[in-house]
Design a protein around this ligand. Structure first.
Ligand code: PMP
Ligand code: GLU
Length: 391
């Protein structure tokens, strides 16, 4: 029963997460026995590795079930510093690390600590669904920068320079990107870094898909490119994608010490520490050799190549080759239907779930996740082709 509660104004512009809602709907239909092909999922379909689960069982058995320091246990923060040094050529002290309940929480905390009412946050579009909503929750103003398929959906640094105004406080960078899969090269990041450092704009660098990058391309962390940009960057990462640990809720950020300290105060008074048991699991994941993500990466590359080959045979759609993450952003503009109609009809008529591009700022696209088996990819794309053939 609805009783018309007078909500806080800051919620007026905030929408529910359609990625989470559609993924949940697809999972529910599947559990009810419907033959759903789930291309909506924003999570790896692999199980969390056993050695990670074992660390969690041990934590429970050993009674490691109490509050921990708010920003994470010292050994996990040390493992995160080691990871940054090894993978990203980044030197951070433990005092610069805050472990949170997922990378989503880390990004929210960073915005909450930085953004004043009416501050502007630059967001390249297409964007991950939660960025603008988080900025709204912090009472800031998202400012979108359109990107084009012909530029691999990457921003032109000259455009960035032009768009930075007196109210611009931060820029959100996501490479590899959700939903487009585009990956910025180091020279492109250098140009962005120079501009942001010159204009004193913070960079929130969401690197959650770092380990899912294809064709032997190397991921670069923008904070590693100069001292000036290091002092303005919040580097965000987590275990959800690299170790298939979406439900465990462990993400982390690294920032200049005074900003990390401010973020820890936000967390002190909101959630306290992330789950003690998940922290032990994350420690085991980070301290192990990278074997798991490497195997997952190889399998995702195989699926991506297969899906692209199959998609290229379907008439009236387009795409750019994703260099990372596990999404293909499919151009449906020739169908002359909006993205919600296409996604809803495919779900109802063909039992294929996709995310409408409108959730990411492009109503002429849909997002397909290839975090599902080869058989499912084949079956789903056959159904999409059949459906499009009858339009
Ligand atoms: N950033 C991007 C771009 C994402 O797609 C996601 C979705 N999982 C997240 C951050 C958040 O991940 P998590 O909170 O599970 O660590
Ligand atoms: N990030 C994933 C997605 O885009 C998971 C869902 C979410 O956290 O929004 O589908």
């Amino acid at each position: 029963m609805r009783i018309n509660i007078r909500l806080a104004k800051r919620l007026e512009k905030v929408n529910p997460s359609s990625t989470l809602a559609i993924t949940a709907k697809a999972k529910k239909l599947k559990s009810e026995g419907r033959d759903i092909v789930n291309f909506a999922a924003g999570e790896p379909d692999f199980d969390t590795p056993d050695f990670v689960k074992d660390a969690a069982y041990s934590a429970i058995k050993d009674g490691f079930t109490k509050y921990t320091p708010t920003t994470g246990i010292p050994e996990l923060k040390k493992a995160i510093c080691d990871k940054f040094r090894k993978d990203n050529s980044l030197e951070y002290e433990s005092t610069q690390i805050v472990v949170s309940n997922g990378a989503k929480h880390s990004i929210f905390n960073a915005l909450f600590a930085l953004i004043n009412k009416t501050d502007e946050v630059l967001i390249p579009s297409p964007y991950w669904v939660s960025y603008p909503e988080m900025v709204h929750l912090c009472e800031g103003k998202p400012v979108f920068m359109e990107t084009l398929p012909k530029n691999d959906f990457k921003i032109d640094p000259r455009d960035l320079e032009k768009r930075i105004g007196p109210r611009t406080k931060a820029f959100i960078l996501n490479s590899p990107s959700n939903p487009t899969g585009s990956v910025y090269a180091e020279y492109e990041l250098k140009q962005i870094a120079e501009i942001c450092a010159h204009k004193k704009v913070f960079v929130i660098s969401d690197e959650i898909y770092e380990k899912l990058i294809y064709d032997n391309v190397k991921h670069s962390s923008i904070a590693s490119l100069s001292k000036d940009i290091y002092n303005l960057t919040i580097t965000v990462n987590g275990l959800s994608k690299s170790h298939s640990m979406t439900g465990w809720r462990i993400g982390y950020l690294a920032a200049p010490e005074d900003l990390a300290e401010a973020i820890s105060r936000v967390q002190d008074h909101s959630t306290s520490n992330p789950v003690s048991i998940s922290q032990k699991a994350a420690l085991a994941a980070l301290n192990a050799p990278d074997e798991f993500s490497r195997l997952m990466n190889a399998e995702f590359q195989r699926r991506r190549d297969f899906a692209l080959e199959r998609l290229s045979k379907i008439k009236n759609i387009g795409f750019i080759k994703p260099g990372g993450a596990f999404y293909i952003f499919i151009d449906i503009s020739k169908l002359k239907l909006d993205s919600l109609t296409v996604a809803s009809r495919l779900l109802e008529e063909k039992f294929v779930s996709l995310i409408p591009g409108a959730a990411f700022g492009r109503d002429d696209y849909v997002r397909m996740s290839f975090a599902t088996s080869m058989d499912q990819i084949q079956k789903g794309l056959d159904r999409i082709e059949e459906w499009m053939g009858k339009l």
